[in-house]
Design a protein around this ligand. Structure first.
Ligand code: ATP
Ligand code: MG
Ligand code: FE
Length: 352
């Protein structure tokens, strides 16, 4: 089954084709992402109306480009998957409108995908580990993106229990805001991470919020304030900026690793699956792999380009649901706020 995936929940237009007849990463026939970052940069954040309009402009050209790269015609598509939420309502409606119209014209089923389920399942789209195979539920998922920081017990594909989440800023949001207050251009998260590579470990030490008490929730907004104070009181040289960036990154990575280990204990698992933009962070990847290996388990990530928003994860998650016989009716319907625990299970996920 060849599934066209469309992502338009925020400021990235993503399109992909996933072919369930091919196993693992080979199933991803083509994928393309157009980022609106430059469009929103001068406003210092995403402007919803501009985002919607840009999705309108970019979506169909991107569909054509992706099909051409996959060597497929539009008639080869057996199903369409689109992000139905959570996200910006106008942006979601653009993707849903195009996806539903295409499906109707081609007379194939369409399914609305939960954006965070897309992120969560992205690591399963990669080639299975030669020794351990693909991660199979039950496992724990860490979702660390621009809008979410969640620990989730995955009992089965489609059956998700929230173990803990951030009470304020998401991890990616904390990276972006911290970068901004040290003068880095929007969106600063990846740049702050690059800067941290050059920083001296231990030159600045910030707290590991909420690790000194039980529970699996997070709070990252206080860290931002600590950085602000340190930055203001410093000589504000490039060297210091890098040292503070390193101190901040170490604090976030440490905090996430401590809570991940605790979540594995709680869930009785040794497998942690990580995704969302912050999952691209090199030090987080190394730290979680190390933590999981020490307990005889493993940490699974998608390649960095599939950690941030993309159409591939939507095509893949949608393919699982379409294969299980799930699809939506012809109405264009989106859900800007959507609890992942309310999703129906995917009964027939095996075989992918
Ligand atoms: P959500 O999925 O919650 O709706 P989103 O889609 O905006 O949010 P993603 O695209 O998954 O989020 O990730 C973007 C976030 O990831 C940004 O906040 C960005 O700063 C952060 N990020 C990307 N690369 C890195 C990195 N290497 N280190 C740290 N943070 C990173
Ligand atoms: Mg984005
Ligand atoms: Fe996302």
């Amino acid at each position: 089954m060849k599934v066209l995936g469309i992502e338009s929940s925020c400021d990235e237009t993503g399109v992909a084709v996933y072919d369930t007849a091919l196993l693992g990463a080979a199933g991803l026939r083509a994928h393309a992402v157009y980022s609106q970052v430059a469009l929103h940069a001068e406003y210092g954040g995403v402007v919803p109306e501009l985002a919607s309009r840009d999705h309108v402009r970019k979506l169909l050209p991107l569909v054509r480009q992706t099909l051409a790269e996959a060597g497929l015609g539009v008639d080869d598509i057996d199903g369409v998957a689109y992000t139905a939420g959570p996200g910006l309502v106008g942006a979601l409606l653009v993707g849903a409108g195009v996806a539903r119209s295409l499906a109707w014209a081609l007379d194939v089923p369409a399914v609305g995908v939960h954006h965070m389920e897309g992120h969560l399942l992205a690591p399963l789209m990669e080639d299975p580990d030669p020794v351990h195979g693909a991660p199979e539920p039950p496992f724990v998922a860490l979702l660390v993106s621009g809008g979410h920081t969640q620990l989730i017990a995955v009992d089965a594909i489609g059956r998700y229990r929230l173990l803990g989440e951030t009470l304020d800023d998401a991890a990616g949001e904390a990276f972006d805001k911290t970068a901004k207050l040290m003068g880095l251009p929007y969106p600063g998260g990846p740049q702050l991470a690059a800067l941290a590579e050059r920083g001296t470990p231990g030159a600045y030490r910030f707290s590991r919020p909420m690790t000194d008490r039980p529970g699996l929730d997070f709070s990252f907004s206080g860290l931002k304030t600590q950085v602000l104070l340190a930055w203001r009181q410093s000589d504000q040289t490039d060297r210091t900026r890098a040292d503070i960036a390193r101190g901040f990154e170490d604090a976030v990575v440490d905090t996430l690793a401590i809570k991940c280990e605790r979540a594995l204990d709680t869930a009785g698992s040794d497998v942690i699956v990580v995704s969302g933009g912050v999952g691209a962070n090199r030090r987080l990847r190394a730290r979680l792999q190390d933590m999981a290996a020490k307990r005889g388990g493993r940490a699974c990530f998608p390649r960095p380009a599939l950690c941030t928003d993309n159409g591939a994860m939507i095509a893949f998650a949608g393919a699982l649901r379409l294969q299980a016989g799930q699809h939506d009716d012809a109405a264009v319907h989106v859900t800007p706020r959507w609890d992942m625990a309310s999703l129906p299970p995917v009964a027939a996920a095996a075989g992918l």
